[in-house]
Design a protein. Structure first.
Length: 47
């Protein structure tokens, strides 16, 4: 019975992380984007 509880908790935790990851990823990618486009003009960055 404990194994079932642990399995259910693990599955729920993984589903929660998988759901939140796409929402949290864009803010994490912003510094990478700014570093890669450091020498570009503002109009080139927004294009």
């Amino acid at each position: 019975m404990e194994t079932s509880l642990f399995f259910d908790f693990s599955r729920s935790f993984l589903f929660t992380i998988a759901t939140l990851l796409p929402m949290l990823n864009p803010p994490a990618a912003a510094p990478i984007f700014l570093t890669l486009t450091e020498g570009a003009s503002t109009s080139a960055r927004t294009r």
